[in-house]
Write a protein that binds this ligand. Structure first.
Ligand code: SF4
Ligand code: SF4
Length: 303
């Protein structure tokens, strides 16, 4: 039985595709977007969070840690990332739930039990399941098995992806899904590398291939002021998106700062900490939407 690492399951999701959905967040992502709102999902292995406000200083975690990762330079009580293996013993023993292991192994059967519980909601709302992350295509065997299992139950399948995956993997997933939510983060290759850690050539090639294959696509642009909301990038995004068949919408996702607290709990420095962007204001959002509509796109603000 195939298994994989899942770091969250969101029930009754209404912004991850049509209708009421269950969204599974799969661990691991080959990108590291500077504005990522799920940074704890980026490492392929578990991430350990620490909530200092809940800690009563009992010392159980430090005593239990086989790697001496606690109290050895893990300032503010976070596990030292150089030593921590993510075994989770500290979280299992913590009496106040101050420590949390983000990422749990699930079999396909366990994941399907969660997914199938809400079939009545999917049926009534035209919803289904969305595979997100992290990057769901980074666990291809687990994802394909889940897609096949959902297909046997006639559950609508959506994949929320950065598009950065081997073309063979994304095309195999495309044969098993009804909709792709596909991110476009920045059109300039060098800026894309600076902001995410990877080139955008493979992403664009994969998107062209999906479009040419007639796959239904909802593009998503995370709008981060001062990063990718300039007229040049919006025009390049609009031109590219308008040239693709099968694009049903382009969603503008306003940047928000909710990840700031996650970085603190994780004991990591937020990449944009030196000059944190502000969420876009209504005027900026509407202006960006107008620029994109100029290319004949169905632009939607929000998920
Ligand atoms: S997860 Fe394991 S290795 Fe990491 S701090 Fe906790 S006990 Fe130590
Ligand atoms: S086990 Fe929990 S409460 Fe005790 S010291 Fe560690 S984090 Fe704090």
């Amino acid at each position: 039985m195939e298994s994989g690492l899942v770091f969250d399951i969101k029930k009754y999701a209404i912004h991850d595709g049509p209708g009421i959905r269950t969204t599974l967040f799969l661990k691991g992502c080959p990108l590291a977007c500077r504005w990522c709102h799920n940074p704890e999902g980026i490492p392929a292995g578990p991430a350990m969070l620490h909530r200092p406000a809940r800690c009563i200083g009992c010392g159980a975690c430090e005593a239990a840690c086989p790697s001496q990762a606690i109290g050895t330079g893990g300032a503010t009580g976070s596990a030292d990332p150089q030593r921590c293996t993510g075994c989770g013993r500290c979280a299992d023993l913590c009496p106040t739930l101050a420590r949390e292991r983000v990422g749990r192994s699930m079999t396909v059967a366990q994941a399907m039990a969660e997914i199938c519980r809400d079939i009545p909601f999917y049926d009534r709302s035209g919803g289904g399941v969305t595979f997100s992350g992290g990057e769901p295509l980074a666990q291809p065997a687990f994802l394909m098995a889940l897609l096949d299992a959902c297909g046997r139950q006639e559950i609508h399948r959506t994949i929320d992806t950065s598009g950065y995956a081997p073309t063979a993997v994304i095309m195999a997933a495309a044969q098993r899904a009804e909709l792709f939510l596909f991110d476009l983060k920045h059109m300039n290759p060098q800026r894309h590398r600076d902001l995410t850690g990877v080139d955008n050539a493979l992403i664009h090639e994969n998107l062209r291939r999906l479009a040419a294959a007639g796959i239904r696509l909802a593009l998503r642009l995370p709008l981060v002021p001062g990063i990718n909301d300039d007229p040049e990038n919006l025009a390049a995004t609009g031109r590219f998106a308008a040239g693709l068949p099968g694009v049903c919408a382009l969603h503008l996702l306003p940047y928000h700062s909710a990840a700031r607290g996650k970085y603190r709990l994780w004991g990591r420095t937020e990449p944009l900490a030196a000059s944190p962007p502000q969420p876009p204001d209504t005027e900026g959002l509407l202006a960006a939407a107008d620029r994109l509509r100029h290319f004949g796109l169905n632009v939607v603000i929000g998920g």
